[in-house]
Design a binder for this molecule. Structure first.
Ligand code: ADP
Ligand code: ASP
Ligand code: MG
Length: 419
């Protein structure tokens, strides 16, 4: 017997029929002899709809009230899944965030889980009750409802798995595992049977939204075994216990497996950044700090940065990227400081995409970046900025060229599935 936490995403929970299929999967898992807890997302599109209501009600909404509104999507699906399970003869009950409780800090709309009381949950699971927990929500120190940021149900699931000491956390979604790149963009993407925490963390942080970044870092820290697999299956599909999906594993586990390590593990695209260029910034100590300090103080995350120095003129152009959601705030802030920074013009562009290739193989092999640059150049794709880490190379390109770039890079690194 094992203890399993199962998480179902929005597409899997979209409507009564799909919830019935989910309930069937949960029931089958329990009948295999396991204790189960289930974490659910709101129905697909529901969180977006609720966010829009908040915007319409008050453009500068109070994040605490925003949380009250957007957390409701998961309340509905957790109740519906419990009802459906009961209709199938299972013992099931819902546990809202405050009932577990899932304690978070008070950073509304992007709260962090601090601690989960697992005693009652474990006792109820041990009696054969299926615990259904809404993802995405928690309770603040003041007792108010909080949410964990978009895609946060993955993190709820991993946190619950860590708290109840689960043997495995299965993340059910609308694809049957983690692929070399988004299988909805590249038909030749290959499913990976195993991927390491470190690579998954990097892939998630550069835009592979199959798992929320925070869920991966939490799983890595707590040593939670995570599997990504499909909920769009019927009764004849193999049990999750047979590991039909992608397992997130440690480096040692991957080394010990018979999976051949490729140079590149995956490619991700992210269209959620925007580019800002300040022209003719004075080339003197303190100039760059004058640009980035106020952004940092306003909690605006700057990602890629390039500076071109015009040697003879004592001036430089500075280009960088910020999250699209923060573009207006960043522009306003820089406009206000135009004289103190001393730039000439501010140019911004939100039609950009960041394409990243990730793989631990890069540590020991040169030439990954140059293959990337050459491949894009051959297709006439212009690179606007570059950034690298130990296991990643990212480039900024025109958003219209995203799909082409991902496809040609996938081929160039020899990752295409042989059909
Ligand atoms: P859920 O609603 O179940 O949380 P998400 O939409 O958040 O699902 O994440 C699943 C989606 O992630 C897939 O439909 C796929 O388009 C996308 N995706 C992006 N990169 C990858 C990848 N490397 N492997 C698998 N799916 C990916
Ligand atoms: N429903 C939330 C969202 O759409 C959380 C989640 O599904 O992970 O962001
Ligand atoms: Mg998701």
């Amino acid at each position: 017997m094992a203890r399993i936490v199962m998480k179902f995403g929005g597409t899997s929970m979209a409507g009564t029929e799909r919830i019935r299929r989910v309930a069937g999967i949960v029931k089958r898992q329990q009948e295999a002899g396991h204790e189960v807890a289930v974490v659910v997302s709101a129905m697909a599109g529901e969180t977006d709809r609720l966010v829009n209501f908040c915007r319409e009600a008050n453009a500068l909404y109070d994040p605490a009230e925003y949380d009250v509104v957007v957390a409701s999507g998961e309340q509905v699906t957790s109740g519906l899944l419990a009802l459906t399970l009961q209709a199938m003869g299972c013992k099931a009950r819902s546990w809202l965030g405050w009932q577990v409780p899932i304690r978070t800090d008070d950073a509304h709309a992007k709260a962090r889980i601090e601690d989960i009381d697992s005693e009652a949950l474990i006792a109820s699971m041990a009696q054969g009750d299926i615990a259904v927990i809404p993802g995405f929500q928690g309770v603040s120190p003041e007792g108010r409802v909080t949410t964990l940021g978009r895609g946060g149900s993955d993190t709820s699931a991993v946190a619950v798995a860590a708290a109840v000491n689960a043997d495995r956390c299965d993340i059910y979604t609308d694809v049957d595992g983690v692929y070399t790149t988004d299988p909805r963009i590249v038909a030749k993407a290959r499913k990976l049977p195993l991927v390491t925490y470190e690579e998954m963390l990097e892939l998630a942080s550069v835009g592979s939204k199959v798992l929320q970044t925070r869920s991966v870092s939490l799983a890595m820290k707590e040593g939670v075994r995570v599997q990504v697999l499909s909920s769009f299956i019927d009764d004849s599909a193999p049990l999750a216990d047979d590991l039909p999906g992608t397992m997130i594993v440690s480096d040692e586990e991957l080394e010990g497996s018979d999976m051949e390590r490729q140079l590149i593990t995956g490619i991700a695209a992210d269209k959620n950044e925007a580019k800002i260029t300040l022209t003719r910034v004075p080339d003197r100590p303190g100039a760059v700090a004058a640009i980035f300090s106020p952004l940092a103080e306003a909690n605006i995350n700057v990602d890629m940065i390039i500076q071109n120095v015009a040697k003879d003129k004592g001036e430089t152009d500075v280009t960088f990227t910020v999250p699209q959601a923060d573009l207006l705030r960043a522009q306003a802030m820089l406009e206000e400081r135009k004289d103190s920074i001393g730039y000439y013009r501010m140019i911004s562009d939100d039609k950009v995409a960041k394409i990243s290739v990730v793989g631990v193989g890069m540590r020991s092999h040169a030439g990954v970046a140059s293959t990337m640059f050459r491949t894009l150049a051959d297709r006439g794709i212009n690179i606007q900025a570059i950034s690298t880490s130990e296991i990643k190379v990212s480039v900024l390109i025109d958003a219209d060229e995203t799909e082409l770039a991902v496809r040609v890079l996938h081929t160039a690194y020899g990752m295409d599935a042989t059909a």
